[in-house]
Write a protein that binds this ligand. Sequence first.
Ligand SMILES: O=c1ccn([C@@H]2O[C@H](COP(=O)(O)OP(=O)(O)O[C@H]3O[C@H](CO)[C@@H](O)[C@H](O)[C@H]3O)[C@@H](O)[C@H]2O)c(=O)[nH]1
Ligand SMILES: [Mn+2]
Length: 755
Amino acid sequence: MASNTPDSTCLPLQETIILNNKTARAIELVILSLLVSLLVYRVVYYKDQDQYIPWLLAFLCESWFTFNWILCMCTKWDQCITKTYPERLLKRVNESEFPAVDIFVTTTDPILEPCIITMNTVLSLLAVDYPADKLALYLSDDGCSPLTFYSLAETTKFAKLWVPFCKKYNVQVRAPFRYFNSKSTSFEDNSVEFQQEWKKMKKEYGDLYKKIDLAAQRQFPCDDDSDFVVFCGVHRSNHPTIIKVISENKEGTPNDLPHVIYLSREKSPKHQHHYKAGAMNVLARVSGVITNAPLMLNVDCDMYANNPQVFLHAMCMVFGFKNEENCAFFQFPQAFYDGLKDDPFGNQLAHLFVRIFAYFSVLNILRKVIYGSSPHDTIKSDNINNEDLHKIFGKSIELRESVAQILSESNSKIENRRSHSNFIEAAIHVASCSYEYGTVWGKQVGWLYGSATEDILTGLSIHGRGWRSVMTSPDPLAFLGCSATTFSSSLTQQKRWIMGLFEILFTNKNPLLLTIKGNLWFRQALGYFYFCLWAVRSVYELCYASLPAYCIITSSHFLPKINERAFLIFMGIFFIYNLYVLWECKRVGVSLHMWWNLQKMGRVNAMTAWLFGFLNVILKLMGLSDTVFEVTKKEHRPNNGDNDNEDDNESVGRFTYDESLMIMPGVIILLVNMVALINGMLRFLKVYYSENRMGVLGLGWGEMFCNVWVLLCFREFLKGLFGSGRYGIPFSTIWKSGALALLFVQLCRRSSQFF
Ligand SMILES: O=c1ccn([C@@H]2O[C@H](COP(=O)(O)OP(=O)(O)O[C@H]3O[C@H](CO)[C@@H](O)[C@H](O)[C@H]3O)[C@@H](O)[C@H]2O)c(=O)[nH]1
Ligand SMILES: [Mn+2]
C-alpha cells in the first residue's frame, strides 16, 4: 500500500493557507475610527446638551460597542485555513500505523433527542473509512433509557449490513436518514446488483426505523433473563452504572465493525453529575480502562459524519503536525443540515462568522492533553509517580496504569489491547458517581466543570497550557448537526451558550489570568473575551434600543441633528457597518433575506436570551441559583420536502411563543417604541407645516429613524401580539410587559422634569 514514489513523500499532508483579508481589515479600521470620533464628539459636545441623561447613556453604550468592536477585530485580523490531503496520507502511511481512536457520542433524553437521530450518528461513525479494529464507539446515555440501549443493539445489527454496503459502493453520505432521503437519489452505480442491494438496504433501514418507533411505544420486559432487567424500576437520576459491550471486534479485523459499547454512568441525587462535562469525563475514564486509544473524538448525538474520510483528514493533521509538538486538538467546524430557509432565528449561521478558535465540540484530541499534560512534558514511564497519579486520577489501579501508558506514550502499539469484557468491573468502578471525590477530575484534568459551555472552558484551559489547535474544513463538511428549529428552543440554547461563556470569566480559567500566569497569547485572550462578554452586551443593547423611545417621548436627543456635521459619523457607522456585514454574507453565499434575519435576530437574541443568560450568571454569583444545562430539542423530520403538507411548510420558521419570561424584555422594547412612534406622529400631525416642524416639536430625524429600525427588528413580536394559538404571545406576558412599558413611559416623563 505505502508506495514511496517521490511525489507522495514530498508533498505535505496538510497545508496552512493564509487568507488575504486586506479589504476587510481596511473597512474594519474605518469603522473603528468612526466609532472613536463618535466618542470624541460625545465628550466635546457634552456641555451643550440640555438633557444629559440620554447623552451620557449613549456615551456609555457606544464606549462598550467600540470596545467590543476592537475585540471583534482581534478575532478576525489574521485568518487562515488548513487544507488536508487524505490521498497523500494513504500513499505514505500504512493503515496499520494509524493510531486507534475512541469515539464518544453523548445523549441524554430519547424524547428531546429522538433515538433515530442518535443512531444515524452512530451508523455514520461506524462506517467511516478507517480500519475498524482501531475504532471503539462509546455511547453515553444520561437518560438511562432501555430504548436507547435497545436501539443501539438493533442499530449494530443493521450496521453489519450497512457498513459493508457503504464501503463496497463508496457511499458518500453514511447516515441512512440522509442517504435515503436526499431528493436526487443519484445511484453511485447503475448495475443491477447495486440497485438490488440498495433496495434491500432501504428496506432494512425502514425496518430498523419501525422497530425503534414501535419500541418507543411499549414497555420493556422486566423478567430476570431479559437484557432490560437492569433498567427496570430505576430512575434516570438514580441508578447504578450500566455498561454493555454490544459488539466486540475480537479478532482485530480491519473490515469488521468497530467495538460498540453502551454506557449509562451511575447517578444519584446526592451527587452532582455535571451534565455533559461529567458524561465526557466518565467516557474518558471508561474508555481508558477498556481501549485506551491515544486519540479521542467527541460528537453530540445529532452530529453525523458527513464526510466518510473525516478520520483520514484528522490523521493528515496528526501525522502532518507530528513534529510541531504543541498541537493538541484538531477541529472540524460544525454546520447544520436541513436548516430552516433563510435562518429565521439567526442560529445557523453563527459558525460562519465565529472565527472558530475555541469551538471544541467536534474534534480529535490527544488523550494525554485531556489528562492535563503540557506540550513540553517529557515523561518516562518509570518517572510517573503512582502517588501523584492517585491524587489526580483516583483510586482505580487499571485507570492509573492506562494513564501512565498514555503519558509516557508507550501505548501507541495496538498489541496492548486487552479483551474488553474483562475490564467491565474496572469500568464500572470508574463510572461511579463518587469516583471523582478527592481527585482533580473536572478541575485540572478531563472536561472542566463550572460552565454550561464546558467545551469552550476546556478548550481555553488547554490553550492556556500552551497547546495549539488546528481546524480543517474538508469538502464535503466533516460533521452536520441539527439547529434549533423553534424560537423557544433557539432562545434556550442561546441563553445556555451566553451564560456558559460569561461564567468562564469568573473561574480560575479567566483568559486574562491565563495570559499572565499561563501560555495564552494576549490576542487569543482578547478573542476569548469577545465571546465571553456577549452577555454584557445585552445590557447595552437594551439600553441603546430604549434611547430612541426615551428621546421621542421626552423631546430630548441622543443623536446630532440632521444639519449638524456629526450626523455624518452616525450615518457612516450605520451604513458602512451594515454594508460590510452584508458583503461578508455575500462572500459566504448568504442571501439578502438571510442577512436581514441574522441582523434582526442579533438584536432580538441580545435583548431576550442573552439578557437572561447575563442575569442567570449574576444570580449564580450571588448564590441565589445554579446554572443548568437545558438540552436543545432535536427534530427528526422523516420526509422533509416531498410530502410535507402545506400547513407545515407555512409554519416552519414562524415564531411560536410560550410562557417563558425570556421574551418579555423584547415585548417591552417593542411596546415602548410603539408608544413613542405614535406619540411622535400625533405631535407631528398637530403642527402646521413649517420648515422646522421637527425642531419645534423637539423631534429628531435620527431618533425617529432608530425608533423605526428597532420596530422593524421586533416585527415578529408585533405579529405575535396579534397572533393566535401558539403563534401569539401569551396574554399574561403581554399584560405584564404592558405594565412595565407604561411604567417606563411614566419614568421617562418624570425624569425629564428633573434632569
Ligand atoms: O446532562 C447532559 C446534557 C447534555 N448532554 C449532551 O450534550 C450534547 C449537547 O447538547 P445540546 O442540547 O445538543 O446542546 P448544543 O447547544 O447543541 O451543543 C453545543 O453546546 C454545548 C455546550 O453548551 C456543547 O457541549 C456541545 O458540544 C455543542 O455542540 C448532547 O449530545 C447531549 O446529549 C449530556 O450528555 N448530558
Ligand atoms: Mn446540539
